[in-house]
Every structure is written in structure tokens, then in C-alpha cells.
Design a protein around this ligand. Structure first.
Ligand code: ADP
Length: 310
């Protein structure tokens, strides 16, 4: 095998009360990375399609940083090199795991080219090196669902323990990405560094309720448990029309809504495609009427994760 192309889905991380620990993969939207074996040693980014603000220097791009982490762990060192073509569909800074999609696709494609020396689970730490480059932290809440698919819980980092959660088949998500810039540094800086015991108790009751609601396919419990009392109160201030989005989605039968990643994208969970579609139309109108352009996605949860295309 001399080349391989992999699609890696965009992801919704945090998922309300599951701040920093939960995430799920979306269908149809994501990045595609094509990796080709070359006779010249080293890693090269041949082109980046669909974005003009992503660095093509291999030490600054998450694809090549994640790929290098994988190569460094091979027992047999490679004499040849690899070149990368990255097709970006997920805008960086959207809160939909843009850097994670690229890192995930790169390591899955490279692993495939090498004859799969690593399992999908083993690839997660390599993709996390890409996340460290993008955000300064080796977090897995986007890369794990992008690689593995489904709804995941990062239960621990040392050792890395990723739990694949059961969820109801009917779950549908509406995601709206208002085109406003929310700098990751700002959404990090705005977070409170300390929370009260009362707040902590509310949050862990909610995340427990959310995981149980998913497992029991109890939509009411899912809705009651999504509420995030840690990050949402401050981060939502950076997202225009956030309160209106909450009100509209509740009135239209959404189970609950919250910020995707660190924003500005917002997700709404529902139990039917019809409700999700109506919510999508209303949210699009809300932003349009306020002169803010947006992208809207409708999706079931993506079970497959990364997909080898060829
Ligand atoms: P997201 O949370 O959607 O991943 P971030 O803004 O947190 O978005 O991360 C994107 C950062 O990573 C940007 O600074 C971007 O320049 C950098 N980056 C490097 N390589 C890539 C890549 N292949 N795809 C996306 N972002 C990349």
C-alpha cells in the first residue's frame, strides 16, 4: 500500500454537564486526509484544501505532529517519508473539533499505510499530540469519538481509559455554528478556576444522570441532565443569541442544548429527525434575522468514527 485516504468526523465535546469528559461524533461533516508514501525521508504537507488559515509547516500542523508521534513509537524506523493532503470541512475555531478531525484522520491513514501496527484505541494518544499543539493540552474528548465513533467518556488519562457509552438510536443533534470568532484563549481564560462544592455536586449529579439517561434510553432524564453549571454560565456570554437559542430549542421540543466544545457552535439534542429539522430552520432564521451568518448541521450519532475511503 502506497497511499491511503481517511475521513474523520467532526465532534461535539463537553456535551453540557460532561465538561471535558464526554464527546460524540457527527455524521457527514469532517476532515479528509490523504497520506502518500514517498522516497524522501520526513513529513511534508503537500496541500491544504478548504482553509487558508492553517499552517502547512509540518511542525505547526496537527496532522504531521500527530503522525510524527506515531512514527516515533514504531519499533522499526522508517527510511521513507510521507506527504499529506488535508481537505478541511470543519472550520478551525468552530468548536466542532477541527484540529481533532485532522489529527484523527492523519493517524488512522498512516496506521493503515503501515499495515495497522496499532489498534484504533492505541492511536488516540498520537492524535492527542496534535491536540496539544492546537490548544496546549493533550485532551482526548474530541479525538476519541472522532477515531472510535459513538458517544465516549474519558474516564481517566493515566492510564487512558475511554468508555464507549450506549445511547438511544433515535438521538438526533442539531448543530448551529454562528460565524463569530471566539478565541480559544478567551474561552479558556473566562472559565472560573474554582467552583463551590454545591456547584460540583450539581454537575456530577447531572453527568451521572446524563450517562444513565443515555444507557436507559430515557430522553426525559437526558434532557434534565444536560445542564452545565461549570462552563456554560461564563462561556455562553461569548456566543451571540445564546439565550434565544435555548428558549427556541426548548419550545420546539429539544431535549436540551449547550455549547459544543468551547464554542461558538451550539448543539441541541432531540429524539426525532423532524424536531431536529424544525429546530435547525428556526435557529438559522434567528441568526439570519440578526445579520449573523451560520452553518447548520443535522446529524445522528456517527457509530463508525474514522472511515478509510481508499
Ligand atoms: P477546534 O477546537 O475546532 O479544533 P481550535 O481553534 O481550538 O479549533 O484549534 C485550531 C488551532 O490549531 C488553530 O490555531 C490552527 O491554526 C491549529 N491547526 C494546526 N493544524 C491544524 C489542522 N490541520 N486543522 C485545524 N487546525 C489546525
Amino acid at each position: 500500500m502506497k497511499k491511503c485516504t481517511v475521513f474523520a468526523p467532526a465532534t461535539v465535546a463537553n456535551v453540557g454537564s460532561g465538561f471535558d469528559v464526554l464527546g460524540f461524533a457527527l455524521c457527514d461533516v469532517g476532515d479528509t486526509v490523504h497520506v502518500k508514501k514517498s522516497s524522501t525521508p520526513g513529513l511534508v504537507i503537500e496541500s491544504i484544501i478548504g482553509a487558508n488559515n492553517i499552517p502547512s509547516d509540518p511542525v505547526k500542523n496537527v496532522c504531521t505532529v500527530a503522525a510524527q508521534a506515531l512514527l516515533d513509537c514504531l519499533e522499526e524506523k522508517q527510511e521513507n517519508g510521507y506527504s499529506f493532503i488535508i481537505t478541511k470541512e470543519v472550520a478551525a475555531g468552530s468548536g466542532l473539533g477541527s484540529s481533532a478531525s485532522s489529527s484523527a484522520a492523519a493517524v488512522v491513514a498512516l496506521n493503515e499505510l503501515l499495515g495497522s501496527p496499532f489498534s484504533r484505541h492505541d492511536l488516540i494518544p498520537f492524535a492527542m499530540k496534535g491536540e496539544a499543539l492546537a490548544s496546549g493540552a493533550e485532551h482526548a474528548d474530541n479525538v476519541a469519538p472522532s477515531i472510535l465513533g459513538g458517544f465516549t467518556l474519558i474516564q481517566s488519562y493515566e492510564p487512558l481509559r475511554v468508555v464507549n457509552l450506549h445511547y438511544p438510536e433515535e438521538l438526533v443533534v442539531t448543530v448551529v455554528h454562528p460565524h463569530v470568532e471566539v478565541k480559544t484563549v478567551d474561552s479558556k481564560r473566562i472559565l472560573k478556576q474554582n467552583i463551590s462544592l454545591k456547584t460540583a455536586i450539581t454537575q456530577w449529579a447531572n453527568v451521572g444522570g446524563l450517562v444513565a439517561g443515555l444507557a436507559q434510553e430515557n430522553f426525559e432524564l437526558i434532557g434534565h441532565s444536560l445542564h452545565d453549571v461549570v462552563a456554560e454560565p461564563t462561556r455562553s456570554m461569548l456566543i451571540p443569541m445564546y439565550e434565544q437559542v435555548k428558549i427556541i430549542s426548548r419550545e420546539m421540543g429539544g431535549l436540551g442544548c449547550s455549547i459544543s466544545g468551547s464554542g461558538p457552535s451550539i448543539f441541541v439534542l432531540t429524539d426525532s429527525m423532524e424536531k431536529a429539522k424544525n429546530i435547525a430552520d428556526s435557529l438559522e432564521s434567528l441568526y439570519m434575522n440578526n445579520f449573523i451568518s451560520c452553518d447548520v448541521y443535522l446529524s445522528k450519532i456517527n457509530k463508525m468514527g474514522c472511515q478509510v475511503i481508499q
